[in-house]
Design a protein around this ligand. Structure first.
Ligand SMILES: Nc1ncnc2c1ncn2[C@@H]1O[C@H](COP(=O)(O)OP(=O)(O)OP(=O)(O)O)[C@@H](O)[C@H]1O
Length: 236
């Protein structure tokens, strides 16, 4: 079994005294696709934000390769190699695709040319659109640009917050093909997805987050064989 890249050990986090994550325990193993699924508003995005240092961890620990990162600033966490592609893309609309991609490498510009070549090879649409401003891209292209910008950071762990959100089914398939390719290449990915069916076949481990707690963990096939869980929590 691969060793853990990221370990969340009994971590709690929330907003202004309100606990949203309650003693969460899970890990994302190296080279694997770990998925967090669960209903809306139960803390999936908060978990990624807590890992990124954007929401304070009030108890417990978050470790990267065995070293604590939960007391670091967000920019220090990026420098350590934990990169979050936020929900809703958050691109710079007046900047070109190429400029947006370069922004991803602000903390680490070593091997910039190789990285941009890698991103353009993985996402050829971005190469075609490189001189177009991000504000003029389609929804799917914007999502790809967000993922490309995350990859430009050259991090060890890539965290994706609902990359399928708001996209047409055919575009969702394209986005997931890119993510599954990254997994095949051995990237460590922590993915938030509402629809477990979409990722069940490809995820190495799935954690179900319900009301700020891990309610179930296992393989995709095991989850799909539990219709009562799927119906209760995932509304499929
Ligand atoms: N900045 C904030 N301030 C206060 N409460 C917040 C903030 N962001 C999120 N919350 C609350 O934290 C809880 C968990 O939200 P979170 O966004 O983590 O859920 P989620 O599972 O990712 O849902 P979704 O898929 O809708 O994004 C919700 O009750 C939400 O209202």
């Amino acid at each position: 079994m691969a060793e853990a890249a990221l370990e969340i050990v009994d971590a709690s986090a929330g907003y202004s005294g309100r606990i949203v994550l309650d003693a969460i325990k899970l890990s994302a193993r190296k080279g694997e696709l770990t998925a967090i699924v669960g209903p809306n508003g139960h803390g999936k995005s908060t978990l990624l934000k807590a890992i990124s240092g954007l929401v304070p961890v009030t108890s417990g620990e978050i470790r990267l390769d065995g070293s604590r990162i939960d007391r670091l600033r967000p920019d220090q966490i990026v420098e350590r190699g934990v990169i979050q592609v936020p929900q809703g893309d958050l691109l710079f609309p007046a900047m070109t695709v190429h400029e947006n991609l370069l922004m991803g490498a602000y903390a680490n510009s070593d091997g910039l040319a190789e990285r941009i070549d890698f991103v353009f090879a993985l996402l050829p649409k971005l190469k075609e659109r490189r001189n177009q401003t991000a504000g003029t891209l389609s929804g799917g292209e914007r999502r790809m640009c967000g993922i490309g910008r995350g990859l430009m950071a050259g991090g060890e762990v890539l965290m994706l917050d609902e990359p399928s959100l708001g996209l047409a089914p055919i575009v969702i398939e394209q986005i997931y093909e890119v993510i599954f390719n990254l997994r095949r290449e051995g990237r460590t990915i922590l993915l938030v997805e509402e629809n477990a069916e979409r990722i069940a076949e490809h995820a190495d481990m799935i954690h179900l987050l319900d009301n700020g707690r891990i309610a179930w963990s296992g393989l995709g096939a095991e989850l799909m064989a539990r219709p009562e869980i799927v119906e209760t929590y995932l509304g499929v």
